[in-house]
Write a protein that binds this ligand. Structure first.
Ligand code: ADP
Ligand code: MG
Length: 253
């Protein structure tokens, strides 16, 4: 997408779990080359919003458009194929496989229905293509020196970067990250921030669900603040930091 083009339009989405309205009329937009942070206290509805966009949960109301086309209602696999990629809140990788193999496998599973056995049926050229793409994405996130290490030996920071590399395979236009900084050390957070800024400079759009306010304030262009499933406010990091409503939601003052 051209810089500044509307990539994601979330329009009054709603999710009800029995009697609980977890997401209530949430709307926001993300443009090409923009990092939007979705923040709010625990239970605010951030992960539910995330899962409504990826199609992992079905909407109770509202709609989602990606690059001008309605994607709400599509199966999550089709949404992924159109160019929306995501990482999970909890890292999922195979510890006994190398970093490169983990990303290649992830890239393969993203585009195909089959499981591990499908990868064994790949011909040599397809397999090489997959590994080449995995290597390219690992280099993009700064893990070019760790290709042949066992994934299980990686520290938390590089594990998160591995997840991001996997999500980047297939060139998505929008990356959704759910708490990528959770449990990271200061230096690892800085490395993560550097990767996110680099991706943005390449035109990637990112939705960042994150608790770490330092990271959020540091890298986001805009913030959407949720509380009890509702849209509390939206603005630049500076505007949000100065908002009495937001201070009240976070600090109870
Ligand atoms: P956040 O990510 O902001 O911490 P969530 O989106 O995970 O919040 O949760 C929002 C609310 O919805 C919470 O009250 C949570 O308990 C509830 N919730 C989330 N997922 C489900 C589910 N599958 N079934 C029932 N309630 C859920
Ligand atoms: Mg969550």
């Amino acid at each position: 997408p051209a810089h500044g083009e509307l990539v994601l339009e979330v329009e009054a989405i709603r999710k009800q779990f029995g009697g609980l309205v977890a997401v209530n009329d949430i709307s926001f937009q993300i443009r090409a080359g923009q990092i939007v942070g979705l923040i709010g206290p625990n239970g605010a509805g951030k992960s539910t919003t995330f899962n409504l966009i990826t199609g992992l949960l079905s909407l109770s109301g509202g709609g989602v458009r990606f690059r001008g086309e309605t994607i709400s209602g599509l199966p999550s696999r089709q949404i992924a194929r159109r160019g929306i990629s995501h990482t999970f809140q909890h890292v999922k990788m195979i510890p006994d496989m190398t970093v490169l193999e983990n990303v290649a496998l992830g890239a393969h599973l993203r585009g195909h229905r089959g499981a591990l056995s499908a990868m064994l049926r790949l011909d040599r050229a397809e397999e090489q293509q997959l590994f080449k793409e995995a290597q390219r994405q690992l280099e993009r996130v700064g893990l070019g020196d760790a290709l042949h290490e066992l994934a299980g030996n990686l520290a938390m920071g590089p594990q998160r970067l591995l997840e991001i590399a996997r999500a980047l395979c297939g060139n998505p236009a929008l990356l959704l990250l759910d708490e990528p900084a959770a449990g990271l050390r200061h230096k690892e957070k800085e490395a993560l921030a550097g990767v996110l800024r680099q991706l943005r400079s390449e035109g990637m759009s990112i939705l960042l669900v994150e608790h770490d306010m330092g990271l959020v304030m540091d890298v986001c262009d805009r913030l959407v603040v949720m509380e009890f499933g509702t849209h509390l406010m939206e603005g630049t990091p500076a505007e949000v930091q100065q908002s009495p409503q937001v201070r009240a939601a976070y600090l109870g003052t």
